[in-house]
Design a protein around this ligand. Structure first.
Ligand code: SF4
Length: 284
């Protein structure tokens, strides 16, 4: 299935994904049980991340989610704060080598729970409501992964965070009553607006800018869902947007694909941190 086919489905997008993936009720039931476990794991990583301030192995991150979660909500925007804190909680757990659910990768694992669990908790929706949106998120990730890259090492951060934001946008859209048409447009707008994002982790560690990047792009996913639910659409068809991202990914030099040699990683401070992690004297 392609995104262009999914966008025209008359029911919910998750139904189309479930029909495509599973032939029998038994297969579907088993998958639902497994997905419930993943939702529980996501929740657990959010809870651990919100209450821990243990530093990551490099010492660059580890306290951001807890710090935000416990800070005053100066903007009076509880949804925004919750989504950002949940996303960073999961990625800081990843940076501490804790257990997370890759969605689609470990580096982008915070975006989907940040957006989906964040919105569900804000609206006091039970985890039962998350099951089909999670299947949709998985289906969107699979479709993108089959036609382009989903890892920063191959397509830049646009492939990794872009895919996670697309998955999250579609899931949030369906959670809030969006049709297949709306959910795929939510995913498409999320993808379109991450094109060009490079992968530039300091020292090659999935910490900076990755932790805050998950916070930003979980909000981006919620924004995409909101636009789609209001009837906004991508002018460029979904599969063409995926193709555009793949094309940009192929143009990216190796320095901007998870080598830690470009962008933020190549700043003087980024390089000093990388050398320090290698145990070299940097006068830091
Ligand atoms: S910068 Fe690279 S390592 Fe970090 S989240 Fe993006 S793709 Fe992953």
């Amino acid at each position: 299935m392609t995104l262009n086919e999914l966008v025209d489905f008359s029911g919910l997008a998750s139904e189309a994904i479930l029909k495509e993936e599973f032939d029998t009720e038994a297969e579907r039931d088993l998958a639902a049980q497994q997905m419930q476990k993943r939702i529980a794991e996501m929740r657990s990583s959010v809870e651990r991340g919100l209450t821990s301030d243990k530093a990551s192995i490099t010492g660059m991150v580890g306290w951001n989610a807890k710090g935000l979660w416990e800070a005053d909500d100066v903007l009076k925007a509880p949804l925004l704060k919750r989504v950002q804190a949940y996303a960073m909680a999961v990625n800081e757990e990843n940076a501490r080598m804790g257990r997370i659910v890759a969605a689609p990768t470990a580096g982008s694992a915070g975006t989907l729970p940040g957006a989906l669990l964040g919105v569900a908790d804000h609206l006091e929706l039970s985890d039962e409501h998350l099951l089909n949106p999670m299947f949709l998120a998985a289906g969107i990730g699979k479709i993108i992964g089959q036609s382009m890259f989903i890892a920063g090492a191959t397509g830049g951060c646009q492939a990794e965070i872009g895919s996670s934001a697309a998955m999250a946008a579609a899931a949030v859209c369906e959670l809030l009553g969006g049709t297949a048409h709306m959910s795929v447009h939510a995913a498409t707008m999320a993808l379109m607006n991450t094109i060009g994002l490079v992968c530039d982790p300091v020292g090659g560690y999935v910490e900076v800018p990755c932790v805050s990047r998950n916070a930003f792009f979980s909000v981006h996913a919620v924004s995409s869902a909101q636009l789609a639910l209001a009837g906004l659409e991508s002018v460029i068809p979904p599969d063409e947007v995926v193709g555009a991202m793949a094309s940009v990914g192929r143009m990216l030099p190796a320095e901007l694909r998870e080598t830690g040699e470009g962008g933020i990683a190549a700043t003087p401070t980024g390089r000093r941190i990388a050398l320090k992690m290698l145990g070299e004297n940097t006068d830091m």
